[in-house]
Design a protein around this ligand. Structure first.
Ligand code: GDP
Length: 296
């Protein structure tokens, strides 16, 4: 019980019962615990520091209302602030462009891009009743092209053929042309990823972005990446005008600290979370639930 933040705080703040307001001295002990909890949840250190400073400022002078203990009051402020920073409400995909609305996926290899394209295709077809075309520009892994073909078949959307003999931008242009001619509402574009960020990969995805001018550029990141998510997020958000984030593999052990880090670094909303390998395993992001998960 004591290894969650509520337990820890109620222990260290027992002596404060009866105090009417939170003050600098009585919240600094609490902040030490909050800091530890966030680090344990894999929020990156610089993000933790900024966050603590913000919470401290907000908590200071806050009234401890009614039956709340000071510990509970601090948790309330921390929870509120986490929720606020991760985006108050859920933000859906933007389709407000001349059809087809293009969604470009970006992220490292293994982050879950191809799987997410399958999931999004299903979501957009079923929830938004849109006609969806998917295409893979990953010419380095023929298996990825085949993986997308199978996913498209499974969720009942059309797949635009590509091969490892083609050039990514040429594939993207051909798919866009096909989507226009056949009146598709949405074009989902899968791209190659590398195990680590490299210049060639960034140039390629920038070229794809320039050729397609997508309304959505989604950064896909594995929640299990923990602290490293910050560097990846920074590199992608410097290279591309991202519009949103998909945080995958939340069905694993990850406490979800990456959500806060990635949100803070990119400044873009987390639109969806991946909660299973299967094509139904995609949910809209709920900042409040994530705040509770991060706090443990
Ligand atoms: P890509 O290289 O970015 O295209 O990544 P993939 O889509 O191929 O995914 C890499 C691995 O992660 C695959 O084994 C997927 O089944 C798995 N995966 C992707 N998203 C999720 C998720 O939300 N939950 C789980 N458990 N596995 C996922």
């Amino acid at each position: 019980m004591l290894d969650n933040l509520t337990g820890r705080l109620s222990t260290i703040m027992k002596t404060l019962r009866g105090e009417a307001r939170l003050t600098e001295s009585n919240i600094s002990d609490a902040m030490r615990e909050v800091r530890m909890a966030l680090l344990e949840a894999d929020v990156a250190l610089p993000v933790v520091k900024t966050f603590i400073a913000q919470v401290k400022e907000r908590a200071m002078g806050q009234e401890v209302i009614g039956s709340l203990s000071p510990g509970q009051a601090v948790i309330g402020v921390v929870h509120q602030e986490l929720t606020r920073l991760m985006g108050e409400a859920n933000v859906d995909l933007n389709f407000a462009s001349q059809p087809p609305a293009i969604v470009l996926m970006a992220g490292l290899q293994g982050a879950g891009k191809t799987t997410t394209v399958g999931k999004l295709a299903k979501y957009v077809r079923e929830q938004h009743k849109k006609k969806v075309l998917v295409v893979s520009c990953d010419v380095y892994r023929p298996a990825a092209i085949e993986q997308l073909r199978l996913l498209a078949e499974q969720v009942g959307v059309e797949w635009f053929p590509s091969s490892d003999q083609d050039e990514p931008v040429a594939i993207a242009r051909a798919a866009l042309e096909h989507a226009r001619r056949h009146l598709f509402d949405v074009l989902l574009v899968d791209t190659a990823g590398r195990l680590a960020i490299d210049e060639a990969m960034m140039q390629e995805i920038k070229a794809l972005h320039a050729a397609l001018n997508p309304i959505e550029t989604l950064f896909v990141v594995d929640a299990m990446q923990g602290q490293d998510a910050v560097n990846t997020a920074r590199a992608f958000s410097e290279a591309l005008p991202l519009t949103g984030v998909v945080l995958t593999k939340l069905d694993g052990d990850a406490r979800g600290g990456a959500a806060l880090s990635v949100r803070q670094i990119t400044g873009k909303p987390i639109k969806f979370v991946g909660v299973a390998e299967k094509v139904g395993g995609l949910e809209p992001f709920h900042p409040e639930r994530m705040a509770s998960r991060v706090l443990g």
